[in-house]
Ligand binder design. Sequence first.
Ligand SMILES: NC(=O)C1=CN([C@@H]2O[C@H](COP(=O)(O)OP(=O)(O)OC[C@H]3O[C@@H](n4cnc5c(N)ncnc54)[C@H](O)[C@@H]3O)[C@@H](O)[C@H]2O)C=CC1
Ligand SMILES: O=C(O)C1=N[C@H](C(=O)O)C[C@H](O)C1
Length: 251
Amino acid sequence: MIKVSVVGAKGRMGSHVVEAVNNASDTQLALALDAGDDLTQITPDNTDVVVEFTVPSVSLNNVLTLIGQGVDVVVGTTGWTDEKLAQVKEAIAQGPKPDAQKVFIAPNFAISAVLADYFAVKAAKYFESAEVIELHHPTKVDAPSGTAIHTARGIAEARKSAGMSPVPDATETDGGSRGQVIDGIHVHAVRLRGLNAHEEVLFGNAGEQLTIRADSFDRTSFMPGVLLAVRKLAGDAPTGVTVGLDHFLDL
Ligand SMILES: NC(=O)C1=CN([C@@H]2O[C@H](COP(=O)(O)OP(=O)(O)OC[C@H]3O[C@@H](n4cnc5c(N)ncnc54)[C@H](O)[C@@H]3O)[C@@H](O)[C@H]2O)C=CC1
Ligand SMILES: O=C(O)C1=N[C@H](C(=O)O)C[C@H](O)C1
């Protein structure tokens, strides 16, 4: 049995993870902690893998603490920058198991979203224009979504590798309607009661358009991916920091 502790256990995602861990035949819940709890209760004696779903403002500190505790971590919280990833790598190097520590961060655990992201990167070099629209529930604290940032960066990287010019855009006045520009790709965020987590990637050429859309209607959609990551970390996942569930899929 894989012993799993959950940090952020009272949240929308954390509570689903607690249920998924309790229901799976090869995992058992160790500790379920939330804001105000002492994470140093989590040790290699009681936990094989920690799942962290909290808020972007605290996630880095939680991960650094958990590395210090010598436990492997699956992170679903958003807000990861290159600077934060560098701090995680440094903490691993200075931590109790520099050669064995595993930290896995997924912008999105839903297979639909991971595949949409993958297909978007494949399509990117064939289209002159590309824009990303993410649509979420109105209780989400961050915008744009971590997934949309990841998708935009992937498209930008593919365009750069293909030697493409910037996307065409004749806008002269913009009060914010053109969205946030991430590595040259415009990203738009919608917040609407009734939605859960959705993303559309729009590609355009003269006379044609490709739309790639992923819809997570319910948070249960993330749980197979979370459990896959837990099993990989307890098994043959690489040491160090890995970003993206695509690394654990046969794509
Ligand atoms: N990677 C993925 O597939 C997904 C990622 N997310 C991300 O997961 C994060 C959490 O989302 P939700 O569960 O919807 O948020 P939420 O607000 O429902 O839950 C966050 C939980 O973290 C707790 N928390 C706050 N500070 C804490 C601390 N210092 N230590 C421990 N717990 C603390 C809160 O009390 C709350 O229970 C967000 O960044 C969201 O974007 C959400 C869905 C899927
Ligand atoms: O907050 C959410 O709900 C989600 N957050 C993640 C993100 O920001 O990409 C993943 C998914 O979109 C749901």
